[in-house]
Design a protein around this ligand. Structure first.
Ligand code: ADP
Ligand code: MG
Length: 277
């Protein structure tokens, strides 16, 4: 059994007298331990709804979600599930509550009731991971967007979840902040964390293990980045665009250049182009 499994999951929002909105339809999906999967889709395609199903913040209207073998609809297990799957959201300002960085990072481990020496060790380790040791006494609201998002990540990391779900963590950041956060996520990945990475930037999925494309609440495509980038029509249908390098390779092949299609980075494009001479 995979670490996280969604079986025939649908989710419908029902609020007051409003007509019901079905945000997800018949989703089957699994995440193995240690994997980094990307979920991509345009606005309103159901990404945030899906994120909240991964750790039991929402329960499916139909179908089932399990985490480490526990069913998220089982209310007795919800605490265990939340400890296994942490969440980082789009807007760091909505996630930070403390007045000092180290207090913010200690918040989660304190809630787990850990002894204070353990909490301190975990805070040190988490701040080192995100590269913010020098900012431990700083006020979070004085930090840049990228730094704030790294504080939020440190706070989650300090609770030692097996998996972290990121819901468009770079959407509100400048290019610099985006780079810092992506580098931090790659670090978590190399530490063996399972990563679910939600985005609408195609560029960001290039080095994930697997990509899932959502459109209007349905999974329309799943595969490695290379496999997904071959499905140009489906990508266009979903209102998404190929990342720069795969797009260039596609255009160059169309123009008659004998390039292989497994080219994802500028370096490998340059190398293959030089070989043509
Ligand atoms: P995404 O994160 O991809 O933008 P969401 O999961 O936020 O998509 O939304 C999916 C669909 O569900 C959209 O049609 C959205 O309008 C609807 N939706 C989201 N939240 C609510 C809510 N609280 N009540 C009713 N409909 C909602
Ligand atoms: Mg969203």
């Amino acid at each position: 059994m995979a670490f996280i499994e969604l079986k025939d999951v649908s989710y419908t929002y029902i609020e007051g007298d409003e007509p019901p909105v079905t945000a997800l339809k018949n989703i089957n999906l699994s995440v193995e331990k240690g994997e980094m999967i990307a979920i991509i889709g345009p606005n309103g395609s159901g990404k945030s709804t899906l994120a909240k199903l991964f750790n039991g913040l929402f329960q499916p209207t139909e179908g089932s979600v399990s985490v480490g073998g526990l069913n998220t609809s089982d209310q007795d297990k919800i605490w265990d599930i939340r400890q296994q799957v942490g969440m980082v959201f789009q807007n760091p300002d909505n996630q930070l509550i403390a007045t000092m960085v180290e207090e913010e990072v200690a918040f989660g481990p304190e809630n787990l009731g850990l002894p204070s020496a353990t909490i301190k060790a975990r805070v040190d380790e988490a701040l080192a991971l995100v590269g913010l040791e020098e900012f431990r006494q700083a006020a979070p609201h004085h930090l840049s967007g990228g730094q704030k998002q790294r504080v939020a990540i440190a706070g989650i990391f300090a609770m030692r979840p097996d998996c972290i779900v990121f819901d468009e963590p770079t959407a509100m950041l400048d290019p610099m902040g985006r780079k810092e956060v992506m580098a931090t996520i790659q670090k978590l990945r190399s530490e063996g964390k399972t990563i679910v990475y939600i985005t609408h930037f195609m560029e960001e999925v290039v080095d994930c293990d697997r990509v899932i494309i959502l459109k209007e609440g349905e999974k329309i495509l799943e595969g490695t980045p290379l496999e997904v980038f071959q499905a140009r029509e489906l990508i266009k249908d979903a209102d998404l665009e190929l990342p720069e390098v795969p797009y260039l390779v596609y255009r160059l092949r169309e123009a008659g250049l004998q390039l292989p299609d497994e080219i994802l980075t500028p370096e490998s494009l340059v190398e293959k182009l030089c070989l043509l001479n």
